[in-house]
Design a protein around this ligand. Structure first.
Ligand SMILES: [Zn+2]
Length: 100
């Protein structure tokens, strides 16, 4: 087994860079999926979690990018509790994140 010679901080920086590229509105979905795939691979390989801020943009069903307006619907709903409603338009996966 090859020992990774990279620091945790570098991996986090790389994940953030990839996620920012993926979420850039000018990035085609096809490439964005690839960036998300790479970010997830980095995350798993080095056991570094993807920051929360970016995790909401990855579909929990199909693991592809959730781009507001392109591949996903993001809505803020207030009933029964204030939450963010996210629906993936490709696999139909829905999830909600409750605001604290
Ligand atoms: Zn999906």
């Amino acid at each position: 087994m090859r020992k990774p010679r990279v620091s945790r901080r570098m991996v986090v920086a790389e994940i953030i860079r990839l996620m920012n590229l993926a979420l850039n509105p000018g990035t085609p979905v096809k490439f964005a999926d690839r960036y998300v795939y790479l970010a997830r691979r980095f995350s798993m390989k080095y056991k570094v979690p993807i920051p929360r801020k970016y995790r909401i943009f990855i579909c929990k069903g199909c693991k592809r990018v959730l781009k507001p307006g392109a591949t996903a619907v993001f809505r803020v709903r207030t009933r029964p509790k204030k939450h963010l409603y996210v629906k993936c338009l490709r696999c139909g996966h829905v999830y909600r994140r409750i605001y604290e």
